[in-house]
Design a binder for this molecule. Structure first.
Ligand code: NAD
Ligand code: UDX
Length: 482
């Protein structure tokens, strides 16, 4: 029986390894992590991450050919193939701080692999890493190996899943990308990994390339997706200034087959653990290669994203007579997108901090994010780099100014305004008449996800701002001062 070990039981490692176990009953899959709490959650009825369909997959395989363990060394030692899905965050100090990827976790995983291995291994980069990381990993493995007879093959197999649809994406991927050395040993290793995916992925969707193309393609993929969102968000600002409607512009663009329909929803800004981190990484790589114009091009994608978030905060504050001081504002949605409990780099953090900086009182409701997570996110400083820094009040005052509540009606009671920051389906079915009746007047809605029926809300009596949509007279009269 082939044995696989997945190092890192996070948003990528957990679902990815679970789906391999589901689709390859003849393969034994061990998922390992240094975090005891994460592993015990994977072994319980309350998984550490919320992802539609994940529980069903785990329940089908756990205890059969899928196990979760903290005994990292044992399972690495036994495995033929090792997927490394550890975190690769942005460096916070030292050379390249605020931009470069921090490969500490990857390096320590590689050193441990070299330390415990007694047989040949295929080591797979599942984490998103800078281009040419495989070269460094190979050096760590070969310089620290127990015996010159042990051979390592390194493959790049970046993951393209999106949170909220991870299981669907893994079961039916657009493509699987495998990069490897182009010598006979490398090609043999690529073949072995291809054979695993071939259990459920049609062969024409499995692309093989050299190592560097695979590593760079992942960074390029995220940069292109984020760039689309910043492009449509930039258009949303122009729509508000001109009376055009961003959803109509998106629709028109989407019908151009050269552009296509996806990733054209204007929003309060993109979030998530990947886009900003991977673009910063790309910027750093470009700068390190003396390509400052290319670096500046990609930096703008993040600058527009920051602009979109601060533009939203300004719109809230200016609409409400230029101050939200002492006013209760309801925040509906805190996760970085629907169907996930993940709040990493969620635009809600910057928006909330901006409002708190103007002394608002926030009442926050999210169907999946815990109170502890929200309080933690709002009391922490973000990663600093050379882009605008948002207003960040002191953590002690934040705690008093933030209430996390159990439903949308409680959040909005006696509030002056409500902000939709995540597109949870349930926000569409709220009884907005009831909400309006229980709010202070004038009552404001700021829809950061363009998901509500603006005309209906205006009929009820709300003053409504929806990104990239024509402004009502009230908002037109309130000038944004940037
Ligand atoms: P995560 O933080 O959720 O999970 C990483 C896990 O690795 C953690 O549980 C951590 O404890 C563990 N870990 C760190 N060092 C370890 C070690 N030496 N040994 C054992 N375990 C160790 O991160 P994630 O969101 O799953 O992302 C992982 C990688 O995948 C990143 O490089 C990310 O860029 C990439 N990626 C993420 C997504 C996504 O949507 N989250 C999508 C595609 C790619
Ligand atoms: C992203 C990539 O899509 C995925 O391929 C990669 O593997 C990991 O990073 P993820 O961050 O999980 O996935 O979610 P995604 O659906 O890409 O959304 C990212 C952010 O962009 C969210 O905050 C989302 O709300 C926002 N977004 C997305 C928009 O604002 N508009 C859109 O049209 C699409």
């Amino acid at each position: 029986m082939v044995k696989i070990c997945g190092i890192g039981a996070g948003y990528v490692g957990g679902p990815t390894m679970a789906v391999i176990a589901l689709k390859c009953p003849s393969i034994e899959v061990a998922v390992v992590d240094i975090s005891h709490s994460r592993i015990s959650a994977w072994n319980s009825n309350k998984l550490p991450i919320y992802e539609p369909g994940l529980e069903e997959v785990v329940n089908q395989c756990r205890g059969k050919n899928l196990l979760f363990s903290t005994d990292v060394e044992k399972h690495v030692y036994e495995a033929d193939i090792i997927f490394v899905s550890v975190n690769t965050p942005t460096k916070v100090r030292g050379l390249g701080a605020g931009k470069a990827a921090d490969l500490t976790y990857w390096e320590s995983a590689a050193r441990m692999i070299a330390d415990v291995s007694k047989s040949n291994k295929i080591v797979i980069e599942k984490s998103t890493v800078p281009v040419r990381t495989a070269e460094a990993i190979e050096k760590i493995l070969t310089h620290n190996t127990n015996s010159k007879d042990i051979k390592y093959q390194i493959l790049s197999n970046p993951e393209f899943l999106s949170e909220g649809t991870a299981i669907q994406d893994l079961l039916n991927p657009d493509r699987v990308l495998i990069g490897g050395n182009q010598d006979p040993e490398g090609i043999e290793a690529i073949k072995k990994l291809k054979a695993i995916y071939a259990h459920w992925v049609p062969e024409d969707r499995i692309i093989t390339t050299n190592l560097w193309s695979a590593e760079l393609s992942k960074l390029a993929d995220n940069a292109f997706l984020a760039q689309r969102i910043s492009s449509i968000n930039a258009m949303s600002a122009l729509c508000e200034a001109t009376g055009a409607e961003v959803s109509q512009v998106s629709l028109a663009l989407s019908k151009n087959t050269k552009i296509g329909p996806k990733f054209l929803n204007a929003s309060v800004g993109f979030g998530g653990s990947c886009f900003q981190k991977d673009i910063l990484n790309l910027v750093y790589i470009c700068e390190s290669n003396g390509l400052s114009e290319v670096a500046n091009y990609w930096k703008e994608v993040i600058k527009v994203n920051d602009y979109q978030k601060s533009r939203f905060v300004h719109r809230v504050v200016t609409s409400m007579f230029n101050t939200v001081s002492g006013k209760k504002i309801a925040i509906l949605g805190f996760a970085f997108k629907k169907d996930t409990s993940d709040t990493r780099k969620t635009p809600a953090i910057d928006v909330c901090k901006g409002l708190l900086g103007d002394n608002a009182f926030l009442s926050i409701y999210d169907p999946r994010v815990t109170e502890m997570q929200i309080q933690k996110d709002l009391s922490m400083d973000g990663v600093e780099w050379d882009h605008p820094i948002h207003l960040q009040p002191k953590s002690s005052s934040v705690v008093k100014q933030v209430n996390v509540v159990g439903d949308a009606y409680e959040a909005t009671r006696d509030a002056h305004g409500l902000c939709i920051l995540t597109e949870w389906e349930e926000f569409k079915t709220i009884d907005y008449q009831r909400v309006y009746d229980n709010m202070e007047k004038p009552a404001f809605v700021f829809d950061g996800r363009n998901m509500l029926n603006v005309d209906k809300l205006r009929e009820i009596g709300f003053i409504v701002y929806s990104i990239g949509r024509p402004l009502d007279q009230w908002l037109k009269n309130m000038k944004i001062v940037n």
